[in-house]
Design a protein around this ligand. Structure first.
Ligand SMILES: *Cc1c(COP(=O)(O)O)cnc(C)c1O
Length: 365
């Protein structure tokens, strides 16, 4: 069986170093927001080219806390609107709803699966306060046009970088392409912890300071509470392990790119549409997503031949039970993607031999 993602294999590559990191935490006697968290925040900010990184409990919290901080700062109020792609993973949208803000869905470009920047302006109203572009599957959105629109209408730009750690847009990386950025270190992400984790990056000193407090009961100083905060901190143990894995992230990206290029050059099947790349260097291939109207048959065929694939994502957000109020609306491009998308296996440890087997099977379908 060729697995979709061999997480155990990915982490056992670094087994000795991870154990050493855990041992360091155990022996430090300090388990919440200690030296590992401090060091990770610094190293991750440097990696992204951002002034601040703030470790939080997970990627959803990273996005929730950015919006919450803007509310505390008076930039946004209940009922304000945030523009978000209609085909994103639901977490980007939940972060908006949870802050009593209104998600305004904009359809993606069918070629790149990224929010269609040409369709954003028509959705901007007097209530719009932010655009939340999602660098879906590991490819950066058209940030030049998005930032230009934000400037014109005085909007914040909040990147969802949960799938795009390390991706470049020009000479800047994901996490340094807007006003603030939310990252997830869910184990399956390109930079994955061995449990939950997340971070916010920003160049805005005030925003960083408010988020730091909000994630720690609303407090900078023990027992003094500035805000009605929450407990959302990156775990010291996860920070220690993420510091190890961060050192290998660029290598992971290079290997994923090699596999993606191999797929693109060698998959030849008229039923299948391969991913389109805007700018090769900007794609870190968190997912390799093909599109076919015979999706379910292809998935079953590959499974019968020992190849595991997944669907990102089977149900569009506007068709979810959680968003009943949208169930009657039509987002035809999203619907098409949710109906036809299939993710092939890809990771830093996938062998060329396995990649060739997958290509052969896909071509024979
Ligand atoms: C994974 C993911 C999130 C949420 O991250 P968690 O750490 O699982 O909370 C948010 N947005 C996108 C696009 C994601 O892929």
């Amino acid at each position: 069986m060729i697995p979709f993602l061999d997480l155990k294999g990915i982490n056992t590559q670094h087994r000795a170093e991870l154990i050493e990191a855990c041992t360091r935490v155990i022996d430090s006697g300090w388990y919440i927001q200690g030296n590992e968290c401090k060091a990770f925040d610094k190293e991750f900010a440097e990696y992204c080219g951002a002034k601040h990184a703030i470790g939080v409990a997970n990627g959803l919290d990273a996005l929730i806390l950015i919006l919450r901080a803007y509310k505390e700062m008076g930039v946004m109020n209940d009922g304000d609107e945030v523009i978000v792609p209609s085909n994103t993973y639901i977490a980007s949208i939940l972060a908006i709803s949870q802050n009593n803000l209104v998600p305004v869905l904009v359809e993606p470009d069918i070629q790149t699966y990224l929010i269609d920047s040409k369709k954003i302006e028509e959705k901007i109203t007097s209530k719009t306060k932010a655009i939340l572009p999602v660098h879906l599957y590991g490819q950066i959105c058209e940030m030049d046009s998005i930032n230009a629109l934000a400037k014109k209408y005085n909007l914040k730009v909040i990147e969802d970088s949960a799938q795009s750690h390390g991706a470049y847009f020009g000479d800047k990386r994901s996490g340094n392409l807007g006003d603030a950025s939310g990252f997830s270190f869910y184990p399956g992400k390109n930079l994955g912890a061995l449990g939950d984790g997340g971070a916010v990056t920003t160049n805005d000193d005030e925003l960083a300071s408010v988020i730091r407090a909000l994630g720690n009961y609303g407090s900078h100083k023990k027992y003094e509470n500035l805000y009605k905060g929450v407990n959302s901190r990156l775990d010291e143990m996860q920070a220690a392990m993420l510091r190890i894995k961060l050192r290998y992230l660029d290598e992971e990206i290079i290997k994923r790119r090699e596999i993606a290029n191999y797929y693109i050059e060698n998959i030849k099947n008229n039923h299948i549409v391969l991913p389109t790349i805007g700018n090769k260097d900007s794609h870190v291939w968190h997912l390799f997503v093909i599109r076919t109207s015979k999706r379910d048959a292809l998935q079953a065929y590959l499974s019968n031949n020992g190849i595991q694939t997944l669907i990102h994502y089977p149900i569009a957000p506007h068709q979810q039970n959680a968003y009943k109020e949208w169930n009657g609306l039509n987002y035809p491009i999203s619907e098409q993607i949710h109906e036809k998308a299939l993710s092939l296996p890809i990771s830093g440890i996938q062998t060329l031999n396995d990649t060739q087997i997958i290509v052969d099977m896909v071509n024979k379908f």
